[in-house]
Design a protein around this ligand. Structure first.
Ligand code: PLP
Length: 416
């Protein structure tokens, strides 16, 4: 059996100038939703990527916090290959072992006996499922957070707290009230007996890696519980070990009596690069969907679920929770220790970090980093997001720490 790789496609052989050709073809063939691509990549291995011109990069963004085990990890390659060569798809009138095993595994990681999983294909779909579950409570009002991001489909967009993203597509499903993120008193005032659900990210990723203040999620649990509203935690970005615990809320919940949310949304890191999302519901929320309530053709696909199982296995086998904590701290402390005047601080947890800059030079810094062979993300004009593969080594973290001062020195503040 041969597996098609980049090398097997003659057009993609590393060759100077090919990136330019591919970029022109991209522009002619793909809708302009993302702007021109910054690079065309042909191969990845671990935390490294190679572009069509043969240049090597250290990947500190992992395809937007997706490639948990890095690129072409043998566990994922083997799991996907074995599954696809055995059984690739059957649809949801039937069941397969990988989807059942993955659901059981996720329930075990959440640590709740009364949880159930709904599989889909993306983060936005995981939140759509949560949105629909909330409607089945018999209530229709939702509280969401300013600056929050929950996806681009109409339902998830309605919950997204950035009016510039919502405005062109209104009217969106109601009835959504936005509260300032991290403000317990505002939450207290917004939630009442008519609230179906409160949805929140433990760390607002797209907003610029803004962690919820300590105690906020616990207060949200207490307030929603008191009013019979669901607590939906969007862990699409923070889940699957990214911050050093399996799910971000667990770091706080364990210190406050081990509370649980009602719904957890997952995607990004779960499939190690394969598209998969999941909504995990607990208790009564797990019983609200009944046959016909919701569905998907691809959700729970055995190949995607086999990849998910491989990712969870790899995280456990190689103690990546420990690695995330160690390497996350090394990056966090290492950046602060640079004591560079252009730096204002570091936010985040584990391997989801934002390097805060004194000036709005993040796009220029990301560009300079890319040209020097480092992939980072200008998540806001004034912050660079790092979300590398969870397998990042100390030596790779140090490579970035060594180059960062030089990159910062190249920038003229305010030039962007
Ligand atoms: C990325 C993201 C989403 C959307 O996920 P998609 O797979 O792009 O649909 C939703 N919520 C959060 C917190 C995210 O980071």
């Amino acid at each position: 059996m041969t597996i098609a790789t980049a090398e097997a496609l003659p057009d993609l052989n590393p060759h100077s100038g090919l990136s330019q050709v591919w970029t022109e073809r991209y522009t002619g063939a793909l809708m302009n939703t993302f702007g021109p691509p910054k690079r065309v990549f042909v191969r990845g291995e671990g935390a490294q990527l190679w572009d069509a011109d043969g240049n090597r990069y250290l990947d500190l963004f992992a395809g937007i916090a997706v490639n948990a085990l890095g690129h072409a990890h043998p566990l994922v390659v083997q799991a996907v290959t074995a599954q696809l060569t055995t059984l690739g798809h059957v649809g949801n009138f039937f069941a397969t072992a990988p989807q059942i095993a993955l659901a059981e595994r996720l329930i075990g990681l959440v640590g709740a006996r009364d949880a159930r999983v709904y599989f889909c294909n993306s983060g936005t779909e995981a939140n759509e499922a949560a949105f629909k579950i909330s409607r089945l409570t018999g209530r229709t009002r939702i509280v969401a957070t300013e600056g929050g991001f929950h996806g681009r489909t109409m339902g998830a967009l309605a919950l997204t707290g950035k009016s510039a993203l919502r405005a062109p597509f209104e009217p969106l499903p109601g009835e959504v009230t936005f509260v300032p993120f991290g403000d317990t008193a505002a939450l207290e005032a917004a939630i009442d007996e008519e609230t179906a659900a409160f949805i929140v990210e433990p760390i607002q990723g797209e907003r610029g890696v803004e962690p919820a203040p300590p105690g906020y999620l616990t207060a949200a649990r207490r307030i929603t519980e008191r009013h019979g509203a669901l607590l939906i935690l969007d862990e699409v970005q923070t889940g699957i070990a990214r911050t050093g615990t399996w799910f971000r809320y667990q770091a706080e919940a364990r210190e406050h009596g081990g509370w649980q949310p009602d719904v957890i949304s997952l995607a990004k890191g779960l499939g190690g690069g394969l598209p998969i999302g999941a909504s995990i519901a607990l208790g009564r929320a797990a019983e609200l969907f009944t046959p016909g309530s919701h569905g998907t053709t691809f959700g729970g696909n055995p190949v995607a679920c086999a990849a998910g199982l491989a990712v969870l296995y790899g995280i456990e086998r190689d103690d990546l929770l420990g690695n995330v904590q160690t390497i996350g701290a090394r990056l966090h402390d290492g950046i602060l220790a640079l004591d560079n005047p252009a730096l204002a601080g570091v936010r985040g947890a584990g391997l989801l970090l934002a390097v805060e800059l004194r000036e709005a030079v993040a796009p220029a810094l990301a560009e300079a980093a890319l040209n020097a062979g480092f992939i980072v993300n200008p998540v806001t004009p004034q912050a660079i997001r790092l979300a590398p593969p969870l397998i990042l080594t100390a030596a790779q973290a140090d490579e970035f720490l060594a180059v960062l001062p030089r990159l910062l020195d190249q920038l003229t503040p305010g030039s962007d």
